[in-house]
Design a protein around this ligand. Structure first.
Ligand code: UDP
Length: 354
């Protein structure tokens, strides 16, 4: 087995939590670190750093090329030492997958990470067309939730869509006593993350509450500046991006983690909160339904009043925060990266035989 991974626009070497670097970077870094215990993996990404070896079996290969030339570079690598399969991540890498698919007959697996047609805001028509084309052409799609897999199968019933959830490092994100009543938001400060809805909700909460916002500006920096000014009458601390391995402290000093996103394909922050035994408050139309569910937090239908009601309730009920956190931790253990990587290993092995 030898796996070729394409992650064109974002490298696992990039720190998560600002710009375009978020859950996908964390996902690729953690998954392939685990899988490299079993077989060699090359991760292709755009950049000029050459080849960076990050383990015995794992290297990140940078190419500063257009999409077509990038595909040729992967094909050249395959011709010298063949890959058992190619796994593309995100639609830009899917475009490269389409070029490779035309020229090679090896299994092509695709993961979307976000799917434009399912977003509730900012839909890009060209991207929707390209993502539909990828769905028709690739051999397998791996989706982190059953719901997303089901929705994709409605669009293209012929493509084989399989569900494997993302993982969490349960030895890093660990429970600690929850005596706090502050709220925590973790993520890129991007319009899709719905922070303004949370700020509106804070204005409706019936007692003083502090919100800590961990995460840097997304690609468009103006959203960050606008939100700071929008939230100026609330007790909000904008802490900026925090290195992933230093996030533990922020989860352990929070009482409740709020994820007000318009869209979460999966939502790694939900799992990190659960592993840290912190209850999650979020909307009930995102991927968090399959991780947080109704016993590791409170998922409400989408409006700021419901969000405010859930926040007020959990701030008043320390006991309930504890129960939800405890259940979250129990559930999160099943998502440990080692267990999730073992499912990927079996899946890759089965696909490589096709
Ligand atoms: N993150 C981080 N530092 C920050 C903010 C976020 O390491 O300052 C990480 C966070 O812990 C999570 C990821 O970025 O692992 C965000 O993933 P998620 O799936 O929640 O959102 P996405 O970025 O994929 O939309």
């Amino acid at each position: 087995m030898r796996i070729g991974v394409i992650s064109y626009h974002s490298s696992p070497l990039m720190p998560a939590g600002a710009g375009t670097s978020g859950g996908m970077n964390v996902f690729i870094a953690r998954l392939y670190k685990e899988l490299a215990r079993w077989f060699p993996i090359d991760i292709f990404t755009c950049g000029s750093k050459g080849t960076v070896r990050i383990g015995k079996n794992l290297q990140v290969i940078h190419h500063d090329h257009s999409l077509d030339d990038f595909a040729d570079a992967v094909i050249k690598e395959h011709q010298s030492t063949p890959y058992s399969l190619i796994h593309t991540h995100y639609w830009l890498s899917g475009l490269i997958g389409m070029q490779i698919y035309k020229k090679l007959s090896i299994p092509w697996v695709h993961s979307y990470h976000t799917i434009e047609v399912f977003k509730q805001i900012t839909r890009d028509k060209t991207r929707i067309e390209i993502e539909t084309d990828i769905l028709k052409k690739c051999h397998y799609v791996l989706s982190p939730t059953r719901r997303e897999a089901f929705d994709l199968a409605q669009i293209e019933p012929h493509t084989k869509v399989m569900t494997i959830p993302h993982g969490v490092e349960t030895h890093t994100f660990k429970p600690s006593p929850n005596g706090h009543d502050s709220l925590l938001f973790v993520g890129r400060v991007d319009p899709i993350k719905g922070l303004e809805v949370l700020i509106d909700a804070l204005g409706l909460v019936d007692r003083d509450v502090t919100l800590n916002v961990v995460g840097g500006a997304a690609k468009d920096r103006s959203a960050y500046v606008d939100l700071k000014s929008y939230g100026r009458n609330q007790q909000i601390n904008f802490k900026g991006r925090v290195a992933h391995d230093r996030l533990v402290h922020h989860y352990s000093t929070a009482g409740i983690v709020v994820i007000p996103s318009y869209y979460e394909s999966f939502g790694l922050v939900g799992l990190e909160a659960m592993a840290s035994a912190r209850p999650v408050i979020a909307f009930d139309d995102t991927g968090l339904v399959e991780t947080v569910g109704n016993d590791a937090g409170i998922l409400v239908s989408r409006n700021e009043k419901n969000l405010a009601r859930a926040i007020s309730y959990l701030i008043r009920n320390k006991e309930r925060r504890y129960e939800l956190g405890l259940t979250g931790r129990k559930k999160a253990v099943k998502y440990d990266w080692r267990a999730i990587a073992a499912i990927y290993r079996k899946t890759y092995e089965a696909i490589a035989k096709t």
